[in-house]
Ligand binder design. Structure first.
Ligand code: GLY
Ligand code: MN
Length: 462
């Protein structure tokens, strides 16, 4: 946990943006896995974590804007809990740790909310995303669960986004620590990427590295020789020479700041000509995009810059044709690069996504596109100092997508479908880094993870 001043300051800033009522933050509860007392590892809600820091289940934070008072609500544990789970500080002691002077039980919370409702006070809350929280909120507020969404506070969401998007030095240091653990995860995966190994052996090993550093994975490990499936969680294939292995994995610590890194390596450690050709295009797109990171530039422009580099590279290889700038502007690259360039990273691996992608990533100036490919860009608006973004271009040969485009002759003036056919067994390549927007540009976070062809070949052959 950070020192209590950090949480006091964050709550103060939140208060400054909202004029009256109560802000209600329900922390997460335990969630059952296959029977009630067998639960998933506990993960705190990121907003609760940001404003109240405490990392235990069944806690509630309240900011009363009219009384200028904060509360932590929760139930003190009893002797049965102590026997099974160990001792915990009292709710009052936990509240003290994060600079909250008032505390109470969950029954007292229910009373407080009921009184506020009876007085017609505004109760601000962020969109819930877990069934348990939805039911709890519904009971507390007396709102049917299906109607809760209509009552979320836009003002609260806006203020949370404003605060959490800009990372301070402490937060950046936590993200960098997580990239450093990801360095170990990725270099270990690279060294294991030999023919005959089953994907799950590597996936399990690198998840174990996260755990052995007191972390958990920040999302289920994506690791596959079928990297053309963007989020491939199947880990049962045996690695064979000639395939690229895509490893998209990161971790989060007990403060919940995360990393999200992707590397793509040739099984066995030597790129063949075809793999090297595609790899260099993706690497160039990654580097060009990173270099363009600067406060004031719309992220959509950087996405399109990467898309244009990909179109240029594929045109040089004869996979695409015509003017690559026009091809990218017409969306022809989306046959090979159908997703967005990146997303914010922080307490959530897709930071703040639960607040609503469009509210986080778009504004009056930059509206979300509905076009295939660009529609998947989660964030398009102007960058600001302190934002942390992933930069993750890729090239994929998705046989089913190729078949559809070919049958429709879609954008055929830019695509050599005959050549594309010969790449249907290629798989995919993605390269992802975590990048901070600084006052004058950018900084790639954490210990550099092998990325050039030479660096990767050396690491895999190790
Ligand atoms: N690393 C998974 C994603 O960015 O969606
Ligand atoms: Mn990512």
């Amino acid at each position: 946990m950070f020192p209590s001043e950090v949480y006091i300051e964050r709550r103060k800033k939140l208060r400054a943006g909202i004029s009256g009522g109560i802000i209600l933050f329900l922390g997460n509860q335990e969630v059952s896995f296959n029977y009630p007392s067998n639960t998933y590892p506990f993960r705190q809600d990121s907003n609760f974590s940001y404003f109240f820091g405490l990392d235990h289940p069944d806690l509630v934070g309240i900011i009363d804007l009219d009384l200028d008072k904060d509360w932590i609500f929760g139930n003190d544990i009893d002797i049965d809990d102590i026997i099974w789970m160990g001792k915990l500080p009292s709710i009052k002691e936990q509240a003290d740790l994060v600079g909250v002077t008032d505390s109470g039980s969950l029954n007292e919370l229910t009373e407080l909310i009921l009184t506020a409702r009876n007085k017609g006070r505004t109760i601000h809350f962020a969109p819930p995303y877990r069934g348990e929280t939805i039911l709890w909120l519904s009971d507390l507020l007396g709102v049917p669960h299906l109607e809760l969404r209509q009552h979320v506070s836009k003002l609260l969401i806006k203020n949370i986004i404003k605060l959490r998007m800009k990372k301070d030095a402490r937060e950046i240091a936590e993200i960098e620590k997580m990239v450093d653990v990801a360095y170990l995860m990725h270099t270990t995966a690279m060294k294991m990427a030999k023919p005959g190994i089953i994907e799950q052996e590597i996936a399990g090993t690198i998840e174990g590295i996260a755990l052995s550093h007191g972390c958990s994975v920040s999302f289920p490990v994506i690791l596959s020789i079928n990297g053309q499936t963007l989020h491939n969680h199947y880990h049962g294939n045996t690695l064979t020479k000639g395939r690229m292995l895509v490893i998209d994995a990161g971790c989060e610590n007990n403060l919940h700041y995360s990393s999200d890194i992707t590397r793509s390596v040739p099984v066995g450690g030597t790129f063949n000509l075809r793999q090297k050709g595609i790899y260099e295009i993706v690497l160039n797109a990654n580097l060009v995009a990173i270099k363009a990171m600067n406060p004031g530039i719309p992220f959509r422009e950087i996405h399109m810059l990467a898309a244009t580099e990909i179109a240029k590279g594929l045109t040089n290889l004869g996979i695409m044709k015509g003017d690559p700038v026009e091809a990218a502007s017409r969306g022809a690259h989306t046959l090979f690069f159908p997703h967005g360039l990146g997303h914010p990273l922080g307490l959530d691996v897709h930071d703040l996504e639960g607040m609503g992608e469009n509210l986080v990533g778009y504004d009056e100036e930059v509206r979300r596109s509905k076009e295939f490919g660009l529609a998947f860009l989660r964030f398009g608006r102007k960058l600001e100092e302190g934002f942390v973004m992933t930069i993750e271009p890729g090239i994929y040969f998705i046989p089913e997508l190729i078949d559809i485009w070919k049958a429709e002759n879609r954008l055929a003036e830019f695509i050599n479908f005959d050549v594309v056919e010969t790449y249907k067994d290629f798989g995919g390549i993605r390269i992802e880094d975590d990048v901070l927007v600084t006052a004058n540009g950018y900084r790639v976070l954490g210990k550099p993870i092998p990325k050039t062809v030479t660096e990767i070949e050396e690491m895999v052959r190790w």
